[in-house]
Design a protein around this ligand. Structure first.
Ligand code: FCB
Length: 470
């Protein structure tokens, strides 16, 4: 491992200190110049300006306005005011030397109720993407990061099959308009969260809670993805196309067959529910054991549409969950004591990322190239004397990047990693309290302060560039 400092120092350029708490070991794949290192955000979490330039309301405007749905009653109405400060934010990204930026487009900003383009909204993204290109930053654009236009929710949202076809229209419009400015399109961000948190337990917009709704919403989300893929290919042939899934590690609380089955079912619910239809063209049968009677209505041809080949798979990983059998057909969480946790209460468990990635390589023969499209942690960061010393995040990032490196060495084709997030932002049901950024945001002044983690990532990227040219 990396603790043999003398061995490492020989291989590093002279100005790199092996004692740096972030620098990866010399044999890490992270040093490869073609391993993309970037940061991610999403429209509703940073843009603000929710009723400017013809933007329509989204389900998150509606949901966050309901009492009790979001911590402290926060909403995305202003967020990081990125809609007005985007130039400064792009300069900040470039100043940090980040090589990729994953952002999302707000559907309600670019398309009106009749399906016609909203020019002002499209122009915003055109300017933003053009500037990123000028700065040499690779653009990863997510079409749907949870902000469904409210007028579609009024017609049933993702419970209505029609929404999948409206999504394909939206993908068509945006990919026609922005063709050539995008390196990689992702159709959906984390359909699991949209389906389960939005329709299954109601913790997210639109706030419905019914198991049957969750599986039907998932089916329509995946159908939307599948319908959009050929449209994206026609309109923007040079870009890569894929989807972003959140994945969860479930580990058994004991060696008993029942607990091991519980851990398996946890991962079926979190991972196979999405990855099997995408990569095998079928829902995992175990899901119906876990949630009897919730099979969605699937029409002929849907599964082929959903399983359209992907150019890449985006993976978002945050934590693991220890589970045991619930004594019936399911699992329940066991809260481990004495483990390191983040401000979210999530356990820091980098091995979970490595093990899942290696497992997918064996389960899915057609696993496409992978990008880690989100990984990061929240901490209660404070600016002290103009600095933010986010020590826990630095160690977190280093350890998770080491896990990625191990997965690469075990044969998984991983092409890049995006930190969640470029800056502190609206963390959905947790509002502004949870800070995931590598840049701190003071919401009363909109002042951005580079945290220590961002400085170290920037320093590493600089060193990597220097190393390449020497
Ligand atoms: C993911 C979301 C992202 C962010 C992180 C912490 O589930 O995709 O928007 O909220 O969690």
């Amino acid at each position: 491992m990396a603790n043999d400092a003398s061995a490492v120092s020989d291989a590093l350029p002279p100005h790199v200190s092996p004692a740096d708490p972030f620098t990866p070991p010399a044999d890490s794949a992270l040093w490869r110049r073609d391993f993309l290192l970037g940061a991610a955000t999403a429209a509703y979490q940073i843009e603000g300006a929710v009723d400017e330039d013809g933007r329509l309301p989204s389900i998150w405007d509606t949901f966050s306005a309901l009492p009790g749905k979001v911590l402290a009653g926060d909403t995305g109405a202003v967020a990081c005011d990125h809609y007005h400060r985007w130039e400064q934010d792009v300069d900040m990204l470039a100043g940090l030397g980040l090589e990729g930026y994953r952002l999302s487009i707000a559907w309600p900003r670019v398309m009106d109720e009749a399906g016609s383009p909203n020019r002002k909204g499209l122009d915003f993204y055109r300017r933003l993407l053009t500037r990123l290109k000028e700065k040499g930053i690779a653009t990863f654009v997510t079409l749907y990061h949870w902000d469904l236009p409210q007028h579609l929710e009024a017609r049933g949202g993702w419970l209505n099959r029609e929404t999948a076809y409206r999504f394909a229209d939206y993908a068509g419009l945006v990919s026609r308009e922005l063709s050539g400015l995008v390196d990689a399109w992702a159709t959906l961000n984390e359909p699991w969260c949209s389906a389960y948190l939005g329709y299954g337990n109601g913790h997210h917009a639109p706030g419905l809670a019914d198991g049957r709704y969750a599986t039907q919403a998932m089916h329509h989300l995946l159908l939307a993805h599948g319908l959009a893929m050929p449209v994206l290919r026609t309109n923007d042939p040079a870009s890569r196309k894929g989807i972003v899934a959140n994945i969860g590690r479930g580990t058994a609380n004991s060696d008993s067959a029942a607990d091991r089955r519980a851990a398996h079912l946890f991962e079926v619910q979190h991972n196979a529910w999405i990855l099997d239809p995408l990569l095998k063209g079928a829902y995992p049968q175990d899901l119906w054991e876990l949630w009897p009677g919730t099979e969605p209505l699937v029409l002929e041809g849907d599964m082929q549409t959903i399983a359209a080949p992907l150019d890449f798979l985006g993976i978002n990983y945050y934590f693991r969950t220890q589970v045991e059998s619930d004594g019936a057909h399911g699992f329940r969480e066991v809260l481990l004591e004495g483990v390191e946790r983040t401000q979210m209460g999530w356990e820091v468990f980098p091995d979970g990322l490595r093990d899942l990635l290696i497992g997918f390589r064996h389960t899915y023969a057609n696993l496409p190239p992978v990008y880690i499209t989100e990984n990061g942690m929240a901490s209660d960061d404070k600016v002290i004397d103009g600095r933010v010393d986010d020590t826990q995040r630095i160690a977190f990032l280093k350890r998770h990047l080491a896990a990625v490196d191990q997965a690469i060495k075990a044969g998984v084709d991983i092409r890049g990693y995006f930190l969640w997030s470029l800056m502190d932002n609206f963390e959905w049901a947790f509002g502004y309290e949870r800070r995931f950024g590598i840049v701190h945001v003071d919401y009363s002044t909109q002042q951005r302060t580079i945290k220590r983690s961002a400085e170290l990532v920037a320093k590493f990227l600089e060193e990597r560039r220097t190393k390449e040219t020497t």
